[in-house]
Design a protein around this ligand. Structure first.
Ligand SMILES: *Cc1c(COP(=O)(O)O)cnc(C)c1O
Ligand SMILES: [Zn+2]
Length: 448
């Protein structure tokens, strides 16, 4: 607890612990270069005594801040004045119980829930974070912003930027972005820079560009974005009638969500709003499995903040030496150097989490099942169900535990992957179109 006001920024490195005012847009600790957290002086914030009290705001939907699925929970991310807050109606999501998908994952009926984030204004969970980060940008008084993106960040940034009157530049890897996402960024009017390289190259470039030109950075190393993403967990608990799930399953790319979810649960426990913290499963794609490899094989751990940097440095040096570039059909998680790695290690500690990697084949099969029986999703989101199925086979998760999988993005984000899977008969749930002559009798014969 320090600084004045309700919130401040604090370096996550316990050997540094430097603190900064909330109004600053700095993104990394100027003293040691580590990630920053938003932290709160909880004694100065009036937090409801019970989570269910947030439900009262449903009755006041004509107030845009009460309608927002992010700002409805504003007491738990109280870093800026209401006058700076931005909303375009994000977070109107649903938690769907799905028994058909449960059966596929070998869960008992009634135990699997899908948190469908595709309902957000730009079609992915990223809007939760952008509502919070653009509010901070407003508070910091900036006029232009930028991000590196595998696609959904750029779509969400472009949408919020024009809503706030900010100029936006998005950096994407050439040939690495799904068509739905690329189309959104251009349509919403962002300046799009296609870099010859992958996401990790874009991430390095955008950090330097933002520092040199003073642009506001909207990647998930922005601590305020993660504050917005905490609300995905609040809405899952809300969807369960304010009861806790046993497991949260989330795809892992840049590790923003897993980091945010761990922080959300830690704070709720500290505040006495929940009694126990659920476990978490973070699912990588096999072609981009840095986290899984580091945690399961190289034994990298949070270790009270004293992370063994040498393990990470050696790992990344080896990636560079091999000229490694990640590859998976789940382009949203095609990331080899996740910027939130250390925060994610902390979340793994908080949630007693496990990490696993799933193949593209497993992702595509799970995606087809979610499409056939649920609301559909993009490939990265389906990694959750593929991972859950494997964790059931390993008996890490029991069939009657209550599991919530975060479906991060809308099915129309990546139509190419979906069309190829079905049209080219790539898997056992392929549902290809049937060629028919333009003749009523022939057509009827085919339908019989
Ligand atoms: C950005 C994104 C991810 C990865 O998010 P992290 O929390 O940073 O790992 C996963 N799925 C979708 C659809 C995304 O857009
Ligand atoms: Zn520091």
């Amino acid at each position: 607890m320090s600084m004045t006001g309700t919130a401040f920024q604090k370096c996550i490195n316990p050997d540094c612990g430097a603190e900064f005012d909330c109004g600053q847009a700095i993104f990394k600790c100027p003293a040691c270069g580590e990630l920053l957290d938003a932290q709160y002086n909880w004694d100065k914030i009036k937090v409801p005594k019970k989570l269910s009290e947030f439900e009262r705001r449903w009755a006041n939907k004509s107030n845009p801040l009460d309608f927002s699925g992010v700002w409805r929970f504003r007491d738990l991310l109280n870093f800026c004045d209401d006058k700076y807050k931005v909303t375009i109606g994000e977070g109107q999501t649903i938690l769907q119980q799905n028994d058909a998908v449960a059966e596929y994952a070998d869960m008992r009926a009634g135990r699997l829930y899908l948190q469908y984030e595709g309902l957000n204004p730009s079609g992915s969970f990223k809007d939760n974070g952008m509502a919070a980060a653009f509010s901070h940008a407003n508070m910091a008084g900036v006029s232009s912003c930028a991000c590196a993106s595998t696609g959904n960040t750029s779509a969400s940034v472009a949408l919020y930027a024009h809503s706030c009157g900010l100029k936006a530049t998005v950096f994407i890897g050439s040939g690495r972005i799904a068509f739905g996402k690329l189309s959104q960024g251009m349509d919403y009017g962002a300046q799009t820079i296609q870099i010859q390289g992958d996401f990790d190259d874009c991430m390095r470039q955008v950090q330097d560009v933002c520092t040199k030109l003073g642009l506001y950075l909207l990647n998930s190393l922005n601590p305020f974005r993660l504050e917005g993403q905490k609300t995905i967990m609040y809405r899952i608990i809300e969807g369960l009638g304010w009861e806790m799930p046993d497991w949260i399953v989330v795809p892992g790319g840049n590790l923003g969500n897993s980091s945010a979810f761990g922080k959300a649960f830690y704070e709720l426990k500290q505040l006495g709003l929940i009694e126990r913290i659920p476990r978490m499963a973070i699912i990588n794609a096999a072609g981009a499995d840095t986290l899984t490899d580091l945690v399961n094989n190289k034994k990298l751990a949070w270790n009270n903040g004293k992370v063994d940097q040498k393990i990470i440095d050696n790992y990344y040096a080896d990636l560079s030496a091999r000229n490694f570039s990640p590859h998976t059909c789940a382009s949203a998680i095609e990331i080899a150097r996740p910027v939130n790695l250390k925060k994610c290690l902390r979340a793994i500690d908080i949630c007693n989490a496990v990490c696993r990697a799933v193949t593209d084949e497993e992702i595509l099969e799970a995606k087809a099942i979610i499409g056939r029986h649920g609301l559909g999703c993009e490939p990265a989101s389906a990694a959750t169900i593929a991972g859950l199925r494997n964790l059931r086979a390993e008996s890490v998760i029991a069939p009657d535990e209550r599991v919530a999988c975060v479906l991060t993005g809308h099915p129309l984000k990546d139509p190419n992957v979906t069309v190829n899977y079905h049209k080219e008969n790539q898997g056992k749930f392929s549902n290809p179109p049937i060629e028919a002559p333009n003749d009523i009798d022939e057509i009827i014969k085919m339908l019989n």
